[in-house]
Design a protein around this ligand. Structure first.
Ligand code: UD1
Ligand code: UDP
Length: 349
């Protein structure tokens, strides 16, 4: 059996890994390596338990830190594991510092790199994720792109070999959640909010402006708060009880977050995964960013970008989207397709 080391470390990667682990394990010896980028129980363990995933074989416990320090320590620790495990390939997801470290460590050891969620671009290099994605794609040997846009982004950068359009593995997980939760979910007068991007959180003036505007909306706001955002508000001694229309709660499990999206009239977020899930669940989304990688969600107003003009939010939450385009993120079997493609192509490597 060929051996694949999988690098995971941040919340969305656990969710992406759930269906992929299941599919890979039927064919490969799967060794998961958790970098420790996210470590709170509600940012990590909760997903392994709820999604019945294996405990990672390695917990590198790198923790938080500046980009250079975090990426550097991960690189060193992942290299050590790879030298020990000697896998046939290393698989990475998305665009976090864990992704880049894993891809770089493998590439320098001449171990084939598999990138799931290849080809995404925001064309904004101020985002740390954009740099992580570009570098990872350029050193990857197998690139699994979720959409046509992602494939053409890669083509524009001259990457055409071993690029496969497979659909998005997060759709596989959404379908599982829908099965678990059932169809009988009541929509409430509620808006779900998630925020963690540095440009919305690291500047306290902007963050409190966003919270003030959200607080003034006529719908109840439910806000599972990312630790980055929570820590920033806490460090600045912001009294969040003044935002009395916002229910600040701890990060929740995956199924709870999907249920909150299904129960909400609208979702306001800066998360990549949540934008996509809102679309897949047919919920209107407003994204507090000036651009998005998930351009398919913008069609017919299903997702609207707002960055400067936050006052528009009260009007935008009322706007109904137009017709819906199905299947832009695949058929919900991306993980199985990816596992089969790796099997076929690694053998010939
Ligand atoms: C990271 C990813 C981002 C992804 C997000 C998913 C990078 C550059 N960023 O951003 O692409 O969208 O994860 O959620 O890789 N913290 C805790 N407990 C935790 C984890 C983090 O308290 O379990 C706090 C720490 O103060 C830390 C801060 O959150 O400094 C930011 O964490 P970090 O992983 O560096 O970046 P994210 O904003 O989570
Ligand atoms: N999510 C969750 N609990 C929460 C907030 C988000 O399970 O309290 C899930 C969400 O459903 C999606 C993923 O985490 O699947 C998105 O992760 P995040 O927003 O942290 O990162 P991004 O997708 O922006 O990289």
């Amino acid at each position: 059996m060929k051996k694949i080391c999988v690098i995971i470390g941040a919340r969305p990667q656990f969710i992406k890994h759930a269906p992929v682990e299941l599919a890979l394990k039927k064919i490969f010896n799967v060794i998961s390596i958790h970098t420790g980028q996210h470590y709170d129980e509600k940012m990590s363990d909760i997903f392994f338990k709820q999604l019945n995933m294996d405990k990672p074989a390695y917990m590198l416990e790198v923790g938080s830190g500046s980009h250079g320090k975090q990426t550097g320590i991960m690189l060193e620790k992942i290299e050590e594991v790879l030298l020990n495990e000697k896998p046939d390939a290393v698989l990475v997801y998305g665009d976090t510092n864990s992704t880049l470290s894993g891809a770089l460590a493998a590439s320098k050891l001449h171990i084939p790199v598999i990138h799931i969620e290849a080809g995404l671009r925001s064309y904004n290099k101020l985002m740390p994720e954009e740099v992580n994605r570009i570098l990872t794609d350029h050193i990857s040997d197998f690139l699994f792109a979720p959409t046509d846009t992602a494939v053409s982004n890669l083509l524009q950068e001259g990457i055409k070999k071993s690029v496969y359009k497979t659909g998005d593995v997060m759709y596989d997980t959404v379908l599982l959640a829908k099965k678990v939760l059932g169809e009988d979910v009541q929509v409430k007068d509620q808006v779900l909010v998630t925020l963690h991007r540095p440009y919305n959180t690291d500047n306290l003036v902007r963050l409190t402006q966003i919270l003030t505007i959200l607080n003034g909306l006529k719908y109840a706001i439910i806000f599972p708060i990312h630790p980055r955002t929570r820590n920033i508000l806490k460090a600045a001694n912001v009294d969040i009880s003044i935002f009395d229309n916002i229910d600040f709660i701890d990060p929740v499990s995956y199924f709870d977050l999907i249920r909150f999206q299904m129960e909400s009239k609208c979702i306001i977020t800066d998360s990549g995964g949540v934008q996509k899930e809102a679309y897949l669940l047919k919920r209107k989304c407003i994204t507090l960013r000036s651009e998005t990688e998930w351009v398919e969600t913008l069609v017919n107003g299903w997702n609207t970008l707002v960055f400067e003009d936050l006052e528009k939010l009260s009007i935008l939450v009322e706007v109904q989207p137009g017709s819906y385009v199905d299947d832009v993120y695949g058929d919900g079997h991306a993980a199985e397709e990816i596992a089969a493609l790796i099997d076929k192509n690694l053998k010939n490597d």
